[in-house]
Design a protein around this ligand. Structure first.
Ligand code: HEC
Ligand code: HEC
Length: 260
């Protein structure tokens, strides 16, 4: 029960958590679906999900779904809910183009992806952890409460991203900058220039965290210039590292699957 409540809270549905958790235990929404539904689900998956989760579920921009145990979809009810409502605060969208029946079918197909084996990686995760420290990654990333946070938290990055994406993050980090880390540059009327990650924006103000981790809240009307720099990032490229180091770092990152 406790685990279910935590799942529900993590999905942002905290208030009626207990009731929902009891619901969740009640019945399996995918019971009774057959091979025909799974086949229909595969077609839906290819049209609606594969762009982010890859045709074989190995992930990319989206999380890897090729695991028997999904972090945010511990049971089939939670899985259906994630597909229907998305995951707030992440790039996982709610679906509005699919009927309830189609949602069940795509969920049934997602479960078949989990029966395949997880990726096996050539790198050495223990050595990767030492490289992570010696290359100063923790100056910008938090893992299980350690480090500083100008970049995304990496505590569960191995569950969210597949190895190919992680490798690319290190070699060419400007290739896939998450929307939440859009880099902006602002010039104030008195000639100051502030460059950093956009934390928040509304029609009148913008909040920026600069490279030195300082927080700026600016009124747009008072700015001389405001530029968005899509595809740019403060994450340095590590393409100069030996390939073996990259593989070890990838193995370490892939092993980060949440709090132990
Ligand atoms: C625009 C990209 C995008 C699309 C399209 C998308 N997803 Fe996702 N999905 C994500 C991301 C990113 C996450 C990881 C969110 C997080 O936890 O940070 C995710 C997470 C999930 C999870 C939870 C995984 C876990 O480990 O618990 C499931 C299940 C899922 N998606 C299924 C689907 C299905 C099924 C579809 C199609 C109907 C779909 N997604 C479409 C980006 C996407
Ligand atoms: C100067 C700050 C900085 C340093 C140092 C840094 N990063 Fe990053 N990192 C970022 C920022 C900002 C992002 C988000 C934008 C992007 O994807 O480029 C990011 C993104 C990432 C991502 C993708 C996360 C996701 O969910 O998409 C990974 C993986 C990553 N970094 C790993 C590392 C590793 C490993 C190192 C050390 C070898 C490192 N970073 C060093 C700032 C940094």
């Amino acid at each position: 029960m406790a685990a279910l409540i935590i799942t529900v809270v993590a999905l942002g549905l905290a208030a009626p958590g207990l009731i929902r958790a009891q619901d969740a235990a009640a019945e399996d929404p995918l019971a009774g679906l057959g091979a025909e539904d799974v086949a229909a689900g595969k077609v839906l998956y290819e049209g609606h999900c594969a762009a982010c989760h890859a045709p074989d579920g190995s992930g990319g921009r989206g999380a890897s779904l090729a695991h028997p145990q999904l972090r945010r979809a511990a049971d089939n009810r939670a899985l259906v809910r994630v597909i229907r409502s998305g995951i707030r605060g992440t790039e996982m969208p709610a679906t509005w183009q699919m009927s309830e029946r189609e949602i069940l079918r795509v969920a049934a197909y997602v479960r078949t992806l989990g029966r395949k084996r997880a990726e096996s990686l050539p790198g050495d995760a223990a050595r990767g952890r030492r490289l992570y420290v010696s290359n100063g990654c923790s100056g910008c990333h938090i893992v299980r409460g350690e480090g500083a946070g100008a970049g995304p938290e990496l505590t569960d990055v191995g569950a969210r991203r597949n190895a190919a994406y992680l490798r690319e993050s290190l070699i060419a980090p400007d290739k896939a900058v998450p929307e939440r880390f859009l880099l902006v540059t602002a010039a104030t009327a008195d000639g100051r220039r502030i460059e950093g990650v956009r934390l928040n924006e509304d029609p009148f103000t913008i909040q920026i965290r600069d490279g030195a981790n300082r927080f700026h809240s600016l009124r747009k009307l008072e700015l001389a210039e405001l530029k968005r720099l899509p595809g740019r990032t403060t994450m340095p490229a590590y393409a100069h590292l030996p390939p073996a180091d990259i593989e070890d770092l990838v193995a370490y990152l892939a092993s980060l699957r949440g709090e132990p």
